[in-house]
Every structure is written in C-alpha cells, then in structure tokens.
Design a protein around this ligand. Sequence first.
Ligand SMILES: [Zn+2]
Length: 269
Amino acid sequence: MMGPSHALSGAAVWLTGSWALDQFADYHQSPLALAVGTAVCAGGALFPDLDLSGKVTRNQGGATVARTFGVFSLFIAEVMEKISLGVYYATKLSRDPRRNNGHRTLTHTLPFTVLVGWGTTALCAAYGKWAVVSILFFMIGLALRGLFDEWAERAGWVIVTLASAAAAWFTFANLPGDRGYPMIGLAVGVGCFVHILGDMITKAGVPILWPIPIKRRMWLMVGLPNGIALRTGSKAEVIVLRTALTVLSVLAAVGLVAPSVLHRFNIEV
Ligand SMILES: [Zn+2]
C-alpha cells in the first residue's frame, strides 16, 4: 500500500474506534482530543515505513515518508533500516533468505508495535511536556505528508516541518494534560498495527509471526495469495479503498461531532 492509503486507514480506524467508544462505552473525547488522536494514528500508520530510506527505493511510498523532515528523516530511515537488517540477521534461521536491506522486517512486527506504543507512553510519562510536543510534532509531520501527499510534495519539507511544529505547539497549549498522554501512545501503537494489516493485504506480506519460528523460518512473510492480493498503486487501492476509508472517516467524524454541534444550537435529536 502507498503512503496516503496507510495514513487514511490510520485515521479511519481511530475515528471509527472513537465513535464506537462514544456510542457503546460512553467514552467521550473533546474535538481537539479527537483531532490529535486521529493525526497521531495517521502518522503512526506511516511510521513502520521509516525503515525505507530514499536511497534504497526511489519510487516507493516509503521514500516519501522518509522525506517528511528532509535529510533528518532520511537519516533516521537509514538508521532504522540498518538496525532492522541487524535484527534480521541476528534472529534469522536456516531457511530465511539472505537480504541486503531491512525494509518490511523489524518495524513490521507485533513486538515492534507494542514497543513503540509503550515507549511513546513511557516517554510522555517521564519527560512530560517536551516529550509530548516532540512526539506530536513528529507524528503530525508524518500525517501531513501521508494525508496531503500532493500538497506536501509541492510545499517541500521545510513547510511541512513548520506546519507540524505549529500544530504540535497549538495542540499542546490547548490539550488538558490529565488524560492526553496514554492516548498518544495508544494512537501510535494502533497506527503501527493498522500499517501492518495494510501491508498484509498486499502480495509481499509482512513477518507478522516474528519471533515465532515456523519450519526453520523466523521471518515468514504472511500476505494474501496473488489472486486476491491488493496491487500497490492499483485502481482498487487508489480509488476503491481510499474512497471507502474517506467515507468511513467522514461518517465517524460526523457521528462524533454532530451531537455536540446540534446541542450547541439547542436542537434536540
Ligand atoms: Zn510497510
């Protein structure tokens, strides 16, 4: 799947989940908390592809994510790719093939998802304000890059970086601190998980079972069979899937925000 589809799926899952919590569990969030969760989840849904530096594959979605913050994120991607490749070789079994780059390995596993979600929460708890601002800045940048890819491409990474910084600061200044922190970690973790599911419906698949060894393979790639797998950049992805995700997001957002808007204008439903 390409960057915008990943980002959209993160946003759709967060909004739909929030709507379900609102409807069935009586768990309400402020519009700002909803917007932050959605942006962070959309950003988190691009995070695993930060294991793909621009140099490795010039024409794939991953490279787009790696260019969010210019050379800085390209460097992070380079480091993530090398660490992933290191972990691949450190845990590889006899039937796992040789590889020369780490894309779609460590960052596409469940332990990584849990680690990132937990790590985000731990950072926020330990460093408070500064960790929250930094994480929001980073995730909002990825979300902008993913959701508004054409704008981001035209605007360039400096504008994207400035826009993320402004959004992160505004959010931090307006979000009450008491229950915002664990939500950020959860949104990052859910986003990573949604990314893995998105890659699973493509042919290449992801090592979802790692670190469970199966038939002398630790990095078995699990994906849909050729006949029904989603082709990256195909009409099914760009038109059908993205439209469905957009409609879902809009419906959930309307369902979440409409009651309070109607209430404000004293309209009973
Ligand atoms: Zn991926």
